[in-house]
Write a protein that binds this ligand. Structure first.
Ligand code: SF4
Ligand code: SF4
Length: 470
């Protein structure tokens, strides 16, 4: 006797042999319009198995063509991969805040203003101790030879630069280090130190001109960051390990296409265009509508493609590249916001400058999610805490309408912090849905048109077993 788990026929009590699509133990196929002239996508939402099918032949292929046979061959592999990505990973990275302070007062920051203005640095001695504790913890969880990642993160880590640099110097052999900075303090000496130690550097810039960029990213006196950021970009030119993060808001949406030109001109190796997180009320004042956000974001992606055609040089947009990978090679994903449960508390966690631990940086400032302290508590116990489990157990299957959505494993229904703070619970959606729908539809069009290479980085497929050949 058999029953259905993840749409695969497994031994249980139901007597169906799984001969028919969409009934009994048969595969569940949902057809979606991807906005392509010739193709539609057919997806088994539970396993994220998919195929592009000629629109005219959709019914034939889906119901009694090759698709059920292809599914029967591949479903277990897809399901295994999805299970291990969703439930089999353990933390391998820490977002480490070495200070509460920031020299900036960006409109959408998730760290409360008081903390950023008057907060404390983590003293050097404590920072080194924290790295030692983390080193010992990861020794027990990670395969030998693999290095965990430490990303020094905001507020502004370079305000506590001597402690940060001491940590990188002392533990350079134990961790892969990265730093996310507003770039205003990224002077020649800092660039020399970080690049000579292969530290990956992420800087923030939201627009191609001072007038627009300075609307949301400014210091406490209201002066913008455009000029010093541009100077830092010039210093970083030629280094492989840097990227720029742009936060997409209502204030810069219309300028994303020009921003792509600007980044490409500056030879930025990779950028991220992350839609605003609406966790805290001040950021919600900059929330764009989904349709408008999608229109401008997709136009910016189009522009990266045109520039690649014109110059032969790519500008991968990391967050979109991650969605493409989620479809064509799920295990190669690098970012963990678009999978459910998301990476917060499961693939990484965040450390505040006093040692407090949170499932993700997005929760720093939300006392409810403080789960323990690195200097006082046992790390595995914190990871198993109720505060972490609220995030790590948030699944698309429990969220309406995501539980019925064909692309739920390419979107992941982000973000739990937004869902909890803005919409009232972990079983709610976050701030955007249509925006994510449009991104996934675009990704399928890219695949249908054979343009995948143009949107990813050189050598993206090295060492990757693709799970699907179109
Ligand atoms: S979805 Fe939100 S909580 Fe999860 S990893 Fe992304 S930012 Fe963090
Ligand atoms: S947020 Fe929207 S697109 Fe994402 S899984 Fe939920 S219903 Fe689907």
């Amino acid at each position: 006797m058999t029953s259905k788990k993840n749409n695969r026929v497994t031994k249980t009590a139901a007597p169906s042999r799984g001969r028919f699509v969409n009934t009994g133990n048969g595969p569940t196929f949902q057809a979606i319009d991807i906005g392509h002239r010739d193709y539609a996508a057919v997806i088994d939402p539970d396993t994220a198995f998919w195929s592009l099918v000629a629109r005219k032949k959709l019914a034939d292929v889906m119901l009694d063509g090759d698709l059920p046979r292809a599914y029967a061959k591949k479903a277990d592999q897809f399901a295994r991969e999805m299970d291990s990505l969703r439930f089999g990973l353990t933390p391998s990275a820490v977002y480490f805040n070495p200070t509460e302070r920031c020299n900036m007062n960006c409109t959408y920051c998730y760290i409360p203003a008081e903390m950023r203005r008057e907060g404390k640095h983590m003293p050097e001695k404590k920072l080194l101790k924290a790295l030692e504790i983390l080193k010992q913890y990861f020794r027990t969880t990670m395969p030998k030879g693999e290095k965990p990642q430490i990303i020094f993160h905001g507020a502004e880590p370079l305000l506590n630069r001597y402690a940060v640099f001491a940590g990188i110097e002392e533990y350079g052999n134990d961790f892969l280090f990265g730093i996310q900075t507003n770039a205003t303090l990224l002077d020649d000496a800092a660039v020399e130190f970080l690049t000579s130690r292969n530290v990956s550097i992420g800087i923030s810039l939201d627009a191609p001109t001072a007038r627009i960029a300075n609307r949301t990213r400014k210091n406490w006196d209201g002066r913008g960051t455009f000029k010093p950021v541009l100077a830092a970009m010039r210093r970083l030119n030629g280094y492989d390990g840097w990227s720029v993060i742009c936060t997409v808001t209502d204030a810069n949406l219309q300028h994303l296409t020009r921003l792509v030109d600007f980044f490409h001109d500056q030879e930025v190796p990779m950028c991220l265009m992350n839609i605003l997180r609406c966790t805290l009320p001040p950021s919600r004042s900059l929330k764009p509508g989904d349709a408008k956000a999608a229109k401008h974001f997709l136009a910016a992606l189009d522009r990266t493609y045109e520039l690649y055609r014109e110059t032969g040089r790519r500008l991968p947009v990391g967050n979109f590249a991650n969605i493409l990978l989620a479809i064509i090679a799920p295990a190669a994903r690098r970012l963990m916001c678009d999978i459910s449960p998301c990476g917060g508390g499961r693939c990484f966690f965040a450390l505040a400058s006093n040692g407090d631990m949170f499932p993700c940086s997005e929760f720093i400032g939300l006392d409810r999610f403080r789960a323990g302290n690195l200097f006082k508590d046992d790390v595995p116990a914190v990871i198993g805490s109720e505060q972490f489990r609220m995030v790590t157990e948030r699944k698309v299957e429990n969220i309406e309408p995501c539980r019925r959505c064909a692309i739920r494993h390419f979107c992941g229904s982000p973000c739990p912090a937004e869902a909890h703070e803005m919409n009232g619970g972990m079983d709610k959606t976050g701030a955007f849905c249509e925006f994510y729908e449009e991104q996934v539809r675009y990704a399928f069009r890219v695949i249908a048109d054979g343009k995948v290479d143009a949107y990813l980085w050189d050598g993206w497929d090295k060492g990757i077993k693709d799970t699907f050949n179109f």
